[in-house]
Design a protein around this ligand. Structure first.
Ligand SMILES: [Zn+2]
Ligand SMILES: [Zn+2]
Length: 315
């Protein structure tokens, strides 16, 4: 189904998001209240397209999805929403993230093309709707797992798909003789981030703690994100033995890509902190983030995160 673009795009809107220090709440990113719909229905489509965020993208036709083999028994479904990791075992399937609700049938078709075993677990890497929108449709047959704070965030925002099994530090799922480890090391993208490790295959799924392609860095301050804490998650994950990284969005990457990203986050903090100390403006900082650190000029990070970032990095 292709949602009505103008109405739904409005979620990417002004709210407090452009003017305020924070970006939209995770829930707002995929769910509209009737009041918002009505209030914002007249806003032009061009704004929605200009928003360039996954919020806006969620309201456009779904990007064509692609099923790609990463390692034996491990696949990624890219395209619409966040990446979905698919891990096959003899006793059933473990997914990491379930995209938008509208992607459910496509995910099911792709999993069925790989195995006749049922999906048993869905691990959510964080509360955002492009990763959890499909959870409700999985719930009749799969256990939804996620961080304690991700569940709290989703319930606070009345988002569907909150995890029914939660953890604070981590947990492992052992199914069909295979192990999957989910860990929360620190806030970063949100305060309910989980990264997922497949030890036998030496692969990690990072959720939006690490993105390739154009999505870029997005610190959801309204959901407890933090640039200062972010690297603790990267450092925690880098203690694992892996060679392959499945990002929240974008093409599959390598351990070295994650190491480079860690350095870029660190350099960003140093640079922005210096600019704040020098009294630079929000526009100055945004320009540097785009020009020197490759932030997407249309992405959520530039649109919404700069005031929060500057506030967090105040000397
Ligand atoms: Zn995402
Ligand atoms: Zn996200």
């Amino acid at each position: 189904m292709i949602p009505r673009p103008v109405k739904n795009c409005t979620i990417a809107l002004p709210q407090k998001t452009v003017a305020g220090p924070h970006q939209p709440r995770a829930g707002v990113e995929s769910t509209l209240t009737p009041m918002r719909k009505n209030a914002l229905v007249l806003l032009p489509l061009v704004f929605c397209l200009a928003a360039g965020s996954w919020i806006a993208r969620a309201q456009q036709p779904a990007a064509p999805s692609k099923l790609e083999k990463v390692k034996d028994d491990l696949y990624v479904i890219s395209g619409d929403g966040g990446n979905t990791t698919v891990y096959l075992t003899d006793a059933g399937v473990i997914l990491v993230d379930a995209k938008f609700e509208r992607d459910h049938d496509d995910i099911m078709d792709k999993v069925k093309s790989l195995t006749d075993k049922p999906i048993k677990y869905v691990i959510s890497t964080h509360p955002h709707g492009d990763h959890t929108g499909g959870n409700e449709k999985m719930r009749p047959f799969a256990v939804i797992v996620g961080h304690f704070d991700a569940r709290a965030d989703m319930i606070r925002q009345k988002l569907p798909g909150a995890p029914e099994v939660t953890f604070t530090d981590g947990l492992s799922i052992n199914l069909g003789g295979k192990e999957v480890v989910a860990r929360h090391f620190s806030p970063g993208h949100t305060d309910g981030d989980a990264v997922v490790y497949f030890p036998a295959l030496r692969v990690v799924s990072m959720g939006d703690m690490f993105n390739t392609g154009t999505f870029g860095v997005h610190i959801d301050y309204k959901s407890g994100g933090s640039i200062m804490e972010w690297t603790k998650t990267l450092d925690g994950a880098l203690k694992w033995d892996f060679d392959t990284v499945i990002p929240g969005h974008g093409p599959v990457a390598t351990r070295n890509d994650l190491i480079k990203f860690r350095a870029a986050v660190d350099a960003t903090r140093t640079r922005v902190r210096a600019m704040v100390r020098e009294g630079k403006t929000k526009d100055d900082v945004a320009k540097v983030l785009i020009d020197e650190f490759g932030w997407n000029p249309m992405g959520l990070g530039i649109r919404n995160d700069v005031p929060g970032l500057m506030d967090e990095l105040k000397p």
